[in-house]
Design a protein around this ligand. Structure first.
Ligand code: GRF
Length: 218
């Protein structure tokens, strides 16, 4: 483990490509975190196998085994706290988390979303961008609050929508954006450059009234 690396837990429900990118950055000491565990609500999530391949402990808290959301949330919170993380990273974690869970990790839990928030919260973002004929698309890293995809946005990567783009090409290009901006935002938080301050977020001591936007060729 890198000395001073910030203990981090990553939550995944799917392939875990963002988790893998963060882990690879951490392993080559380009990111000052130690991923202590990757946890999932889905035992079959490929992201769990990917974590184990990287030597990271991985486990599932199967949502189907709990009668209600509160029970699942409490079990997940306990499983996270065992690892004493200072940062919790949602990387394609597809369950809505309740208020008590969010409050427990407020200010130290990040999510990545495949749109330029506040546009297109929720699912099918690429489809909606194409249907609206929008010319810009991208991804956003934000603090998690109880509002779905609604917490303060930290960093966005934007790409132009091309005339021949399809949902598939946009998804692939936005994923590339995600793999660039998530390590950056996690780095800011781990290094203490990004602060929560009760919901008023600051980067390097200055209030971040608007997200940092990186324009990419994509
Ligand atoms: C990403 O598109 C992310 O924006 C969304 O879920 C997807 C996760 O992809 N929240 P992966 O599992 O990291 O490949």
């Amino acid at each position: 483990m890198t000395l001073g690396a910030v203990p981090t837990v990553v939550l995944v429900s799917g392939t875990g490509s963002n988790m893998r990118v963060l882990a690879e950055h951490a392993l080559r000491q380009a990111l000052p975190i130690q991923i202590r565990a990757v946890l999932s609500d889905k035992p079959a999530a490929p992201g769990l196998a990917a974590a184990r391949e990287l030597g990271i402990p991985a486990g599932a808290i199967p949502a189907a085994e709990f009668p209600d959301r509160a029970g699942f949330d409490a079990a997940l919170a306990d499983a996270i706290e065992i690892h004493e993380p200072r940062i919790v990273v949602l990387a394609g974690f597809m369950r809505i988390l309740g208020k008590a869970f969010v409050q427990q990790f407020i200010g130290r839990m990040l999510n990545i979303h495949p749109s330029l928030l506040p546009a297109h919260r929720g699912l099918h973002t690429h489809r909606r961008v194409l249907a609206n004929g929008e010319r810009l698309h991208g991804a956003s890293v934000h603090f998690v609050t109880h509002e779905l995809d609604g917490g303060p946005v930290i960093l966005q990567g934007s790409i132009p929508v091309r005339p021949d783009d399809t949902e598939q090409t946009l998804a692939a290009r936005v994923q590339t954006v995600e793999h660039r901006i998530y390590p950056q935002a996690v780095h800011w938080l781990a290094a203490g450059r990004l602060q929560w301050n009760g919901g008023c977020i600051a980067l390097d001591g200055r209030e971040l009234a608007h997200p940092v936007i990186q324009e990419m060729d994509g």
